[in-house]
Design a protein around this ligand. Structure first.
Ligand code: MN
Length: 339
């Protein structure tokens, strides 16, 4: 079978491997239909993901049909359409006991710490497999994992009905946060420097757009919120300045959600936090968001149509990576097809 592997930083290859075999009664083998390319996959390719080890089959956004199941598997059967939740956690450490396996002590991210979904047949634990409606197309299903990231940010920010939610950045993650914040009942403000992205954000439910190139962000947020500030600010730009700005632009009793893996320190005076009693939290991967997103899909409320920018057959994997990198400003999602 064909497998897409990053052999070492900078070396991306398609190799032939044997089809995996069931080894545990809880194993499931998925016949992969699509694997999405994420910004983090590009980072793994370039050796910029501090958690990745090599060689690594990339891909944490995999969807496909159940091909074979171990003897103890009960939640899915051969032929079921599924999406793989790309985290494996211990279930017993402090974080897991809090229901937050995404930050488990022994966390393994599929496609980062262990082999991922860019392979025709993909062996995963049953616990990672979620069943999908059969009428969902694979091009739509491959968007589920990205939307769980936005769902997690909104969950971490405890977005409530009528909250003003400021989403910084209208890239893929920002758009999923916009979508989820709107579905949670928020009044969504989105800021970016690229007008086309802001236009697309409106399709995802943004009520207000602010172009940071031509408008003063702080003034516009104050104007929209009647001087209060955003109740929840989600930083999906993830640079030093946006983290600092997020603290400033958030209202008293508000929440700041940080999605950044950035290692650059920000300069934040504690008084700006305590005066407003802000809650500042990280949002990493997701926990228990797959059922939430799948439920939204069943309700037909996610903007899946047209969200996928392009699909490439696995034989053109290198072109797909190049396309993502060259069109960084406009690409929402590119997927590899195994059909
Ligand atoms: Mn992803």
């Amino acid at each position: 079978m064909k497998v897409g592997v990053v052999e070492k930083p900078g070396v991306l290859k398609i190799v032939e491997r044997d089809v995996p075999k069931i080894t545990s009664p809880h194993d499931v083998i998925i016949k992969v239909k699509r694997t999405g390319i994420c910004g983090s996959d590009i980072h793994i390719y370039h050796g910029k993901n501090p958690f990745a080890t090599y060689p690594r089959v990339w891909g944490h956004e995999a969807v496909g049909e159940v091909y074979e199941t171990g003897s103890a598997v009960t939640s899915v059967k051969k032929g079921d359409h599924t999406v793989v939740e790309p985290i494996v956690y211990c279930g017993t450490c402090y974080a897991c006991r809090q229901g937050r396996g995404n930050v488990c002590e022994k966390l393994e991210v599929i496609g980062v710490h262990r082999d991922g979904g860019c392979q025709e047949y993909f062996l995963v634990p049953e616990a990672t497999v979620h069943k999908l409606p059969v009428d969902l197309t694979w091009d739509e299903a491959v968007l589920i994992e990205p939307f769980t990231i936005g769902a997690q940010a909104v969950y971490r920010g405890q977005v409530q009905k009528d909250d003003y939610v400021l989403v910084m950045g209208a890239g893929t993650t920002g758009l999923t946060a916009v979508t989820m914040a709107k579905l949670a009942g928020g009044k969504v403000i989105v800021t970016d420097l690229v007008e086309d992205k802001l236009e697309y954000a409106k399709k995802c439910g943004a009520d207000y757009t602010i172009n940071g190139k031509t408008e003063n962000l702080a003034d516009r947020v104050a104007e929209i919120t009647g001087g209060m500030g955003a109740n929840v600010t989600i930083d999906a730009v993830c640079i030093k300045q946006t983290f600092e700005q997020a603290i400033e632009l958030t209202s008293a009793a508000g929440r700041v959600v940080e999605l950044s893996f950035n290692e650059t320190p920000s300069e934040i005076a504690p008084v700006g936090i305590i005066k407003k009693e802000l809650t500042i939290c990280g949002s990493r991967l997701q926990t228990k968001r797959f059922p939430v997103v799948i439920d939204y899909i069943k309700q037909g409320v996610l903007p899946l149509k047209g969200f996928l920018s392009k699909t490439y057959p696995v034989s053109q994997m290198a072109d797909a990576f190049e396309y993502v990198e060259k069109n960084n400003a406009t690409v929402r999602k590119v997927a590899i097809s195994f059909e």
